[in-house]
Design a protein around this ligand. Structure first.
Ligand code: NAP
Length: 328
């Protein structure tokens, strides 16, 4: 039986999801879509090619249909929520998700805002309604960290985690070390190549990595931590000299996010690490190391962002849900 989805947000991630569903001819029917200004609803299934074409030239649908209309009226099994992250209060995505769950719909999202702020509440509501809330794409892009934690490592105690959770910072540090660029030069290059946002504050000040650390910590230990519990230092004050000094000791500097629950440590900061450490790699990749009681140390590495890479995580969550429940 096909699974029916409604997609909120047709930017880089939303379009990637639709493109891959069409290209791979997946058994997924799209019954609703919305962007910031318009929406479309069709219970028998939208023509994905036509939606993407319409979006290329402007809005995806009718201005008479809002995102909220799609959430509350469309006929779908899973709400795919891929609108921009609002780290302040998680809105309007948080309200869309609650509305979908109240309707007995599953939720799949790449949106770090509501998941970092309201995971406990969303999980509680979902449990009451017997639906899934899945958020693989919120941390590490294509890296299947949530599937690994919930499935492959189920039964393990996770003793600690550390990782490189922001590709923009990793790219800047790589370029500073390799070419002796200043922070400003490396940032300008990252912007030119599309690795850094026009406003890179969240990335370079370590806030994006800290938000992902909060999501991981709450997923693993269910300890209700919030962003203000994370000790955060960014890379924006790092000098080329600091990287050169590290280099002289066969080390380099990486922005490391780490959690050691037994010691109460939740921290994001630039760290000097040996060049042969698994968390030292070039460019914009992400990686996460888990210390576990049975499996020992496991490191996952992969693309932390990108339209198709993030779509991989979203589609993985959609297919997980459709294989675990009866969708019709
Ligand atoms: N891009 C990545 O590689 C990546 C990776 C992991 C996670 N994420 C997360 O995934 C989410 C989407 O990222 P993105 O890169 O696709 O963003 P994006 O390119 O900026 O696209 C956002 C989309 O959401 C729509 N939108 C904005 N406000 C809306 C609202 N209130 N209701 C309905 N739609 C609304 C926008 O509409 P308009 O088209 O009308 O402007 C746009 O289509 C973000 O939360 C981001 O943090 C992204």
């Amino acid at each position: 039986m096909s699974v029916r989805i409604a997609v909120l947000g047709l930017g880089s991630v939303g379009k990637g999801v639709l493109e891959m569903i069409a290209k791979k001819d997946l058994d997924i029917i799209v019954t609703g879509v919305a962007d910031s200004k318009s929406g479309l609803i069709d219970p028998s299934g939208l023509d994905i090619g036509a939606v993407l074409l319409s979006k290329r030239t402007g809005s995806c649908g009718s201005v008479a249909i809002s995102a909220k209309d799609v959430v509350s009226r469309a006929d779908y099994d899973i709400l795919v929520e891929v609108t921009p992250t609002n780290a302040g209060d998680g809105e309007p995505a948080f309200s869309y998700m609650k509305l979908a769950i109240e309707r007995g719909k599953h939720v799949v999202t790449s949106n770090k805002g509501p998941i970092s702020l309201h995971l406990k509440e969303l999980k509680g509501l979902a449990r009451e309604r017997g639906v899934f809330v899945r958020y693989e794409a919120t941390v590490g892009g294509a890296i299947p960290i949530m599937h690994t934690l919930g499935n492959g490592l189920a039964g393990n105690e996770i003793l600690a985690l550390y990782g490189v959770l922001n590709g923009t910072c990793n790219y800047i540090l790589t370029r500073m070390a390799a070419e002796g660029l200043t922070y400003d030069q490396a940032l300008a290059e990252a912007r030119e190549l599309g690795y850094a946002e026009a406003d890179p504050t969240y990335d370079v000040k370590g806030i994006d990595a800290a938000i992902k650390l909060v999501i991981l910590a709450n997923t693993i230990w269910d300890n209700g931590v919030s962003l203000d519990r994370v000790d955060i230092t960014g890379i924006d004050l790092l000098t080329t000299d600091a990287l050169r000094l590290a280099e002289e000791k066969d080390c380099t500097i990486r922005l490391i996010a780490e959690a050691f629950p037994n010691r109460g440590v939740l921290r994001v900061s630039p760290r000097i690490i040996r060049k042969d450490h698994p968390l030292v790699f070039e460019g914009s990749l992400n990686a996460i190391t888990l210390e576990t009681d049975m499996a020992g140390e496991i490191t996952l590495i992969g693309k932390g962002a990108g339209s198709i890479e993030t779509a991989s995580a979203i589609i993985g969550d959609i297919l997980f849900i459709s294989s675990h429940v009866r969708c019709n």
